[in-house]
Design a protein around this ligand. Structure first.
Ligand code: MF3
Ligand code: CO
Length: 267
């Protein structure tokens, strides 16, 4: 069942989504070679709790951490670990918060130091595909229009692997609500989009093949061919002429650009 949100509810969701963005920018400030993803997770959790919110992922279906931190061949749902991050790592950070009864959900992929040109292109094109999808998230279109736009930009144009096993989703009082929002599909297919529908659009794109497998921790999803993967996610509200993006990359980009340990020259 799809829960349409009132304008007042959308504003509460904006607050949750922007808190996610702020948590991601705290992580962007902190990321550098030599720290561990566990430290980044703890920083984000403290920040979320200091802001009178709860990390949505912690204990969700048994997930043990506040964030998902997926490094290199990890696609999503990466466990924070005590492994130190190093120059050349591609680090996807996914954060959710629950505040005032509503969830916000957003993710961003960072490059620690310099990364190969082909990985820079993967990051740029994945993030472009997120916005291509968002452009289609208007009332009267269908979920398939979003899916098609993402797939077209990444798989068809760039030859990347679009992960099939994981999808975007509606959200609100629950972290995952209907509808599912795949990153592959057909124009004009699927559920019709209505004003007040809030969804998370989240392309998960591999430099190599689309196939993935679950790590022995039971959560971390990795590429079958060990190629690097990128993940960007926004919480958005469907509107008449243009979607309202409730999360924001502005703060994250600002921190990223002022952090000499991160490469942001590629977008
Ligand atoms: N953004 C991801 C999702 O919507 C993160 C969920 S992680 C989990 O599925 F631990 F909560 F499952
Ligand atoms: Co999500």
């Amino acid at each position: 069942m799809i829960h349409l949100k009132t304008n007042a509810e959308v504003e509460l969701m904006r607050e949750s989504a922007l808190l996610v963005s702020a948590a991601l920018s705290e992580v962007a400030k902190f990321l550098r070679p030599g720290i561990t993803s566990m430290q980044a997770d703890q920083l984000a959790e403290t920040f979320i709790r200091d802001n009178k919110a709860v990390p949505s992922f912690k204990n969700y279906r048994g997930y043990p951490f506040a964030t998902c931190i997926s490094v290199n061949d990890a696609v999503v749902h990466g466990f924070p670990t005590d492994q130190v991050l190093k120059e050349g790592d591609v680090v996807s950070v996914d954060v959710g918060v629950f505040k005032n009864g509503f969830h916000g959900d957003s993710a961003y992929t960072f490059a620690i130091g310099s990364i190969p040109d082909e990985v820079k292109s993967l990051l740029r094109i994945t993030r472009e595909s997120l916005y291509k999808g968002i452009e289609k998230a208007i009332a009267g279109n269908r979920v398939g229009d979003i899916s098609y736009a993402v797939q077209e930009h990444t798989e068809k144009k760039a030859g990347y692997g679009v992960v099939r096993e994981l999808v975007g989703h509606g959200l609100g009082r629950h972290l995952h609500e209907d509808p599912q929002v795949p990153n592959y599909g057909r124009k004009g297919a699927g559920v019709k989009l209505k004003e007040g529908m809030v969804i998370a659009i989240e392309p998960m794109i591999n430099l190599g093949v689309r196939d993935v497998f679950h790590d022995k921790d039971g959560w971390t999803v990795r590429t079958k061919d060990s190629s690097p993967s990128a993940h960007y996610e926004h919480t958005i509200c469907v509107r008449k002429n243009r979607a309202d993006i409730l999360s924001s990359f502005d703060m994250i980009e600002k921190m990223e650009k002022s952090n000499p340990n991160l490469d942001s020259s590629y977008y």
